[in-house]
Design a protein around this ligand. Sequence first.
Ligand code: IPM
Ligand code: MN
Length: 353
Amino acid sequence: MEAVITLLPGDGIGPDVTQCALEVLDAVATRYDHRFTFDTQLIGGAAIDMEGDPLPAATIASCKGADAVLLGAVGGPKWSDPNAAVRPEQGLLKLRSVLGVFANIRPVKIYRELVGASPLRPEILRGVDMVVVRELTGGIYFGDKTRDETSASDLCTYTVSEVERIVRVAAKLATVRRGKLCSVDKANVLETSRLWRDVTDRLMPAEFPEIEVETLLVDAAAMHLLSRPADFDVIVTENMFGDILTDEASMLAGSLGMLPSASLGDTSTGLYEPIHGSAPDIAGKGIANPCAAIASAALALRHSLGLETEALAIESAIAAAIANGARTVDIATAGDSPVSTSEMTAEIIRGLQ
Ligand code: IPM
Ligand code: MN
């Protein structure tokens, strides 16, 4: 098939890992006889430096015209002054919003061989296989913001339809998985959470009577994620809670560098990005873990291009590289000699053949 993919390397290790995803996609194209055309565009701090805008018009146009968008990471100390007028993160938030990708799917999968890389005990990690569905275009990230010398505010808003559509995405996912949905909120304090819970309590038995539903307050959920992670199948939650809980959940997998994500809306154009940030301290050093970015490319093939076989081939190649002992420094344990970003990528590409 032919497909157009926009690449947004962004900042920090973003360019390092996006290059790896590109190489893997090129290898897939050759092996399966597809033609992928890549269009690289600016976002984040790199776009501020070049154009004074974290999301230039040309980037938006390219993303809207593409079959899928692959993003590296945005942000870094250079642009993070609390009084800065424009910020790299604004570019990413606006992109999510203009693409309408309200459902951020973050699978948390554990490789047996990496159990030792997690700070948790192996018996707690046994059987962990969950997907966090994070609402991505609403809530406190997008509400009005104010700031003066003595105070600041961030408004958190959700509408019934915003909650309904994300809960439906999560519930549909649960039906093809283990049939369990956990909705996470803070209904003992927040009005938006009480709305979230009302909608979930009404919608789930009416539309998905076969799904087992559990509701947790976010503080308890943070604890249960560490004490009984294997119990979770699909977790659905609002934007900021999903952001925080998935960084926590990445420790189950051993590293933030392992978790991919897919952001989907009502059209087939999706935005695919590792859940990790720009890690400026290791940018350009050739040691970043490319697995999350490469696994995000696999999700792009699955969800936007309909190439399930090819997506599985990439996922198996990542698993094979890990089984063969390839470890970037973030997932290396005592006795391993860590490989570089490009060696890890080459090992994954070898597994595709
Ligand atoms: C993520 C990131 C972003 C977020 C930042 C970079 C705006 O942390 O994708 O998880 O908070 O959504
Ligand atoms: Mn995050």
